[in-house]
Structure formats: C-alpha cells, structure tokens
Design a protein around this ligand. Structure first.
Ligand code: TRP
Length: 460
C-alpha cells in the first residue's frame, strides 16, 4: 500500500499482503465449498475475501432476485487483469443475477483527464466489446454512463450529506490541493453502487460488487453511508436472537412516532410497531417482544442467518414510510495476477500483461520472456524441481487459461518434481493463451455492430 495503512484506489501500486488486508479492514474470507457451483476463481482461492457474500448466496438458494454492479475505467486497453472481474460477473449472472455495468466516464475525466467523448468510445470499442466476447448475456446486462444517468448523480449529491471532508481525508488521503472533481468521484461511485436498488432500476434487492482490493475504500464508504440512512437497525441480541431498533433522525422523527419536544407519541409509535411486527411475522417469526417506548422489537428465535431477510423487510417498510430503504452493498475481492515480468501488472507497461487483442506472436514473446520459477540449469531443475508459486506461466494457467482442475494439478505436480521444465510450462501456457485469444477474437467478430444490445436506454 502506497501511503501507510491506507489503500489508494488510484494507485497502480497495490499491496498483495492479502492476509493483512483481510485483518485490517475486517473482510471475511471466502470458503469455496459454501458456494453453489463455485467458479474457477473461487475453487483456486483467487477470489479470497468478501463482505456479506452470504446474503447473495442466500438469494441464489431461494431463487430470490439479486444484482451485480461492476464498473470500468474507460482508459487504456483492456488486458487480462481486467478480465478477472468479468469472470466473476459471468459467474454471478449464471447464478441468476442481473448485471449493471458502470462506465466511469466522470471518474476518468476527473482522475485521468479523459474527455467524455473519448471515454465513451474507449468504453464501447475496448471494454463492452470484450465483455460481450467473454460471454456476458445481454438480456440481463445494462451498460450505462455516469455522465448520462441523473439518478446516479442525484444519489451522489444526496448521500454526500452523510459524509464530510475529514472522512475523505482519512479514507483517501485527500488534502487541500486535491481537485474537486476528484473529490466528487467517490460520491459518484457511491451513487453507482447504490442506484440499482432504486425502484426505477430493479428495486430493493441485494447488490454485489466484485472488485480488486483497491476498490474496497469505496465499498466501505458506501456501506457506511447506506447504514447511516437506515431507519431500522437489525442487531444481534446479547441473549441470542435479533433486535430491530429504530434509528431516529432529523427527517424521520415524526414518522417514527416522536413529538416535536422529543417525547414519544404513543398512538403513532404503536401503529408503527404494528407494521414492524407484521413485517417480521410475515417471515414466519411469531414470538416477538415489542417495546415501542424504547423503540425496540426483539426476535428471540431469529439467528444471524435470518438477519438479511429481516433487514430486507424493514427496508421495504422504510420505503413505504417514505425513506430511501438502502441496503449496504455486498462485495467480493480477487487477488491480483502477477505481472509477466514478476512485478506488478500495468497497462502502461505492455510487457507486464497480455492485452485482449494481442497478436499470438506478441503474446508468445512475452510468455517466453516471463519470470519463471525454474532452476538455472536443466540438471538442477530435474533434481530440485520448479516453483509454481513464482512461475508466471503456471500462474497464468491457474488464473486464466486452464479450466480443468485436474490438468492444472498434473502440471503443478510435474513441474514441482522436475519432470516438466520451465520452458515446457511456458509452451503449455502459450498454447492455452493462443486458444483463449483466438476464441475471444472470434467472439468479438460475432458481436461486431451489435453492442447496442448491452447498452441501457440512457446510453444509446
Ligand atoms: N473506480 C473504478 C475503477 O477505478 C471504476 C468504478 C466506478 C467502479 N464506479 C464503480 C467499480 C462501481 C465498481 C463499482 O476502476
């Protein structure tokens, strides 16, 4: 991490000390065996952490609706690193999610000086085209632009009231010299992440945001702001079960049964509690203990696993009463693939990665030069074996090009034992990458001229 303990989302230099990050920022780790049909990135531990992933896994189990929100910076060329998020998005889509794709054209303007028209062109020709080729299903995918979706900007502004400059200073390291467009970018991203829950965009349902760890500051900010707006908090009860507690704020106090002088208005508080109890009973809980005066409703039989459904019921009630009823987003985090040179992957250094439209001989040159985990001489290699954890070609097979777990394990075993030489692993990687790139190109050709199918009405 560039500066101290902070994650800087705009730096290309990200920490890969994942254990520490999980610890420091209170992430949960992913257990692939608890997922239905785990994808390749889950089975191999590449998606390593999450926030509230169990909420969307619950939706999958009940066939309840849930959505994915992902975003792209329309600058530079799309490369392997970018495809990891899309692999995750595709997996969620296969499990029933609807997909919203943000083109972060305002952010690219603010932080990289990319004009909106250039951003638009790059987004479609470079990113949307490859997303299509990677297999996203257009019937449940909607691509939009930050600059042309007023609801997102309205949320950015409205929710901006729930944070301040000191918080931005501590999350992002902003200071007096930070330009104000850059300061607005995270708030627009909060709007991106929250807006699929609005009634016009699919309504109240869990939204999961698959990202690299560099984006976690935005998720922490969004979750924090969403929680601050909530009228009802659902918390674990000391003696077991859950408690729903009112969160009285300036703009909801009358609706939550308080008089101007701060005393409780028994009649309106009681009728509010009636509706809260109805909401919780609707989920099958009958043993409730209500304390309208204190503003708490206890559900002793509820477990932590029931929390998200109770929370959903209370958010629905909040919306009926005129509140925003916003659910904090869920998120998943993938490890960064190592750059081909053995250090960071970066689009500004083409030798560190494979671009989606690299020619086969370009790719093959890069793989041949890639950092290897082999021994200096064949003789030593046969004796000591290679180190797959350092070998770029092996890791690219693991992350991108070899879907069959047992084939990958055979390669690992033979490489570690010295049976396979580094050059041979590189050749396997080149063959896999060539097939992958050729197939992608073929799919891109098929989508040529049809990308409008992916664009939302406000993006065409
Ligand atoms: N900030 C992201 C990036 O740098 C782009 C982005 C904008 C985004 N809005 C988003 C990512 C919402 C995920 C969700 O790449």
């Amino acid at each position: 991490m560039a500066k101290g303990d902070r994650i800087d989302p705009w730096s290309s230099d990200q920490s890969t000390d994942y254990e520490r990050i999980v610890d420091q920022f209170g992430l949960d780790t992913v257990d692939a065996s608890s997922l239905p049909n785990p994808g390749m990135l889950h089975r191999r531990g590449i998606v390593f952490a999450h926030r509230d992933l169990d909420v969307v896994v619950g939706c999958m189990g009940r066939s309840d609706p849930f959505g994915v929100l992902t975003g792209l910076m329309p600058s530079g060329r799309m490369h392997l690193g970018h495809s990891m998020v899309i692999d995750q998005v595709r997996w969620f889509q296969e499990q029933g999610a609807d997909i919203t794709v943000t083109v972060a054209d305002l952010e690219a303007l603010a932080t990289r000086g990319t004009s909106l028209s250039k951003g638009r062109e790059t987004a479609i020709s470079e990113y949307v085209h490859n997303y299509a080729a990677l297999g996203l299903d257009p019937s449940s995918t909607n691509v939009y632009f930050q600059s042309s979706r007023p609801e997102v900007q309205r949320l950015a502004f409205t929710l901006g009231r729930r944070t301040n400059l000191s918080e931005f200073e501590s999350i992002y390291g902003f200071g007096g010299e930070t330009n104000l467009a850059h300061v607005q970018a995270p708030l627009v991203q909060v709007g991106d992440i929250i807006h699929p829950q609005l009634d016009e965009f699919g309504g109240l349902r869990p939204i999961v945001v698959p990202v690299g760890i560099d984006q976690d500051p935005h998720l922490r900010l969004t979750r924090d702001i969403a929680q601050k707006t909530n009228w009802f908090n659902v918390k674990p009860r000391k003696s077991g079960g859950l408690t729903v507690a009112l969160s009285v704020q300036a703009d909801n106090s009358t609706l939550l049964g308080l008089n101007q002088d701060g005393s409780v208005d028994r009649e309106s508080r009681d009728s509010l509690f009636q509706r809260m109890e109805d909401g919780v009973r609707g989920l099958g809980f009958s043993d409730l203990s209500a304390n309208p005066k204190h503003g708490t409703l206890e559900v002793p039989a509820a477990t932590l696993a029931d929390r998200s459904e109770i929370r959903m019921a209370m958010l629905a009630l909040e919306r009926e009463l005129g509140g925003m009823g916003l659910m904090p987003p869920c998120s998943t985090y993938h490890r960064f693939a190592v750059g081909m040179t053995g250090d960071k992957m970066s689009s500004s250094r083409p030798e560190t990665t494979i671009f989606m439209d690299d020619e086969i001989d370009e790719m093959s040159k890069k793989v041949k030069r890639a950092f290897s985990g082999g021994q200096p001489t064949v003789e030593e290699h046969r004796r000591l074996g290679g180190d797959p954890s350092k070998d770029v070609a092996f890791q690219y097979l693991q992350f991108f090009f070899e879907e069959d777990d047992s084939v990958l394990e055979d390669i690992r075993r033979d490489y570690e034992s010295g049976k396979l030489l580094a050059g041979e692993v590189k050749q396997i990687c080149i063959d896999g990458a060539a097939e992958w790139l050729n197939e992608l190109k073929e799919k891109r050709d098929q989508w040529e001229g049809r990308l409008d199918e992916f664009l939302a009405a406000d993006a065409t």
